[in-house]
Design a protein around this ligand. Structure first.
Ligand code: GLU
Length: 257
């Protein structure tokens, strides 16, 4: 299977913005193992800004564009350094790809992106993709890595898209506000009722929330790709998700006519 895995900032870092070492080590081990089992893995990783915040000892996530972009420039290096180190321990070679919305919209650049991605997979490298936050401003920004991951899944004609987050999946209501909210294990169709279930919750260090995840689900499922939202707390869930087990919320792919 070709699998796109998106890891959110809240999964990679502690609330301080510093790396959650135990979790990231485990994630890299499980992804390496899935690759050893014959799956092709493409990683969409957030965390550049979050890690930059930690590394520059900023007190909070910046709101102004220049500081955000500076933090991303610092954090992206750190992020790739860690992935390179951890995947190398399992004999896997990583490759960094940074793109913006404008690259996707431009036919030629998008084609180049796709060609590189396919070639990297043929070479058995592990592409790690993030938005090029240092140059992306309002007009050209994709804005969140849930959407970016869905675009990557579409471009790479993936079989499965997995979004790892700090939430177990899609709930009938915001579980932080209503303890009676229940987790939906399967969504066959993204109806207006489903969309209404998403609050506007975002995490402190990341960008997305349930709305961007549903947007990603729309892009993926429309393109015949199944998508799962799951809690990245325990990276071992990746095995179960790939095995088709009932973890988090699984969005069924729309059958192509
Ligand atoms: N590109 C951002 C980063 O690396 C993350 C965007 C997101 O979390 O959705 O910090």
């Amino acid at each position: 299977m070709r699998i796109v895995i998106k890891i959110g900032t809240s999964t990679l870092t502690h609330a301080t913005g510093h790396l959650n070492i135990r979790r990231v080590e485990k994630l890299c081990e499980v992804m390496s193992d899935l690759k050893n089992a014959g799956h092709q893995i493409i990683l969409v990783s957030s965390g550049a800004i979050g890690m930059g915040v930690g590394k520059l000892s900023l007190k909070t996530r910046p709101t102004d564009i220049p500081t955000k972009q500076a933090a991303a420039a610092v954090g992206q290096c750190e992020l790739m350094y860690i992935y390179d180190k951890l995947f190398s321990e399992h004999n896997h070679t990583v490759a960094q790809i940074l793109i913006t919305g404008a690259d996707i919209q431009n036919e030629e650049r998008n084609k180049n992106f796709q060609n590189t991605l396919y070639r990297l997979l043929e070479l058995e490298a592990l592409p790690i993709i993030n938005e090029n936050d240092t140059i992306a401003t309002d007009e050209i920004v994709i804005g969140d890595n849930d959407t970016l991951a869905a675009i990557v899944a579409r471009s790479s004609e993936a079989d499965l898209l997995i979004l790892l987050s700090d939430i177990d999946g899609l709930y009938t209501e915001d579980p932080h506000k209503n303890p009676n909210a229940t987790l939906l294990s399967e969504v066959d169709e993204i109806t207006s009722e489903i969309i209404a279930m998403t609050g506007s919750a975002v995490t402190k260090l990341g960008t997305g929330g349930m709305q961007t995840k549903l947007h990603a689900a729309e892009i993926a499922t429309k393109n015949g790709i199944e998508m799962v939202i799951a809690n990245g707390n325990d990276p071992e869930v990746l095995y179960d998700i790939v095995n088709g087990e009932n973890i988090g919320t699984r969005f069924k792919a729309v059958k192509k006519q």
